[in-house]
Design a protein around this ligand. Structure first.
Ligand SMILES: [Zn+2]
Length: 217
């Protein structure tokens, strides 16, 4: 498998400025995974968590797409067209907006969600042998529409189960990652405590050390 680095994007989600050979760029597979298809999809476009203002986009990378398709329980989907990629970008933009605002989708947004949910069709199939036989749902239209439907369904479940309030943005002001706070008292602050939590703790420690240094006579 080819190994890419994440392309730097500008805020308008225009074409990537090329390159990808910068070894300091994040790799194609994220370290921080929420396990929710909608949130992990939205997090494919993210800001540089250490500051600096750079925006990265993993959606452009075949490795990330292959990984995410598998995460969503789908078989490999093969090449993607520019039009489908644009649809995925539109889907991601609307879902981030809905997750961050926590507002009920407007009728037109609901129409878009239902179009994504209604794109592919499913059928039941009995699999396994003996007592292990069980009916499972299969995609009749096993293509990129299925991926969009899985992502939209993950959002629809958060909405219908009243769990949108548990979707939060990382407390690191430079980090755009969203996460699902499943802690009993909703106290989770970081997308990943070992990454953003530690980074902010170290910065606060340095800031206090500098402050106490200045106060010394
Ligand atoms: Zn973070």
């Amino acid at each position: 498998m080819r190994s890419s680095r994440v392309g730097i994007r500008n805020d308008t989600e225009g074409p990537p400025p090329g390159g990808g050979s910068d070894r300091s760029l994040p790799g194609p597979i994220p370290h921080t995974i929420s396990g929710n298809a909608c949130i992990d999809f939205v997090n494919s476009r993210f800001s540089e968590h250490t500051g600096g203002g750079r925006i990265y986009d993993r959606l452009e990378l075949p490795e990330w797409r292959e990984w995410f398709v598998e995460q969503c329980g789908l078989r490999p989907l093969g090449p993607i067209t520019a039009a489908t990629l644009q649809e995925l970008v539109r889907c991601r933009r609307l879902l981030r907006q809905l997750l961050e605002s926590r507002q009920t989708p407007s009728p037109s947004e609901m129409g878009v969600l239902n179009r994504w949910l209604g794109g592919p069709s499913l059928y039941w199939e009995i699999t396994g042998g003996g007592a292990a036989r069980s009916p499972v749902l299969r995609w009749r239209d096993h293509d990129w529409r299925a991926l969009i439907a899985v992502v939209a369904l993950a959002y629809a479940r958060l909405l219908s189960e009243g769990r949108l309030g548990r979707v939060r943005r990382c407390a690191n002001p430079n980090c755009s990652f969203l996460f699902l706070d499943e802690s009993p008292n909703r106290s989770k602050r970081w997308c990943d405590a070992a990454i953003c939590g530690d980074l902010i703790a170290v910065r606060r420690h340095r800031s206090r050390a500098l402050g106490s240094g200045r106060a010394r006579p």
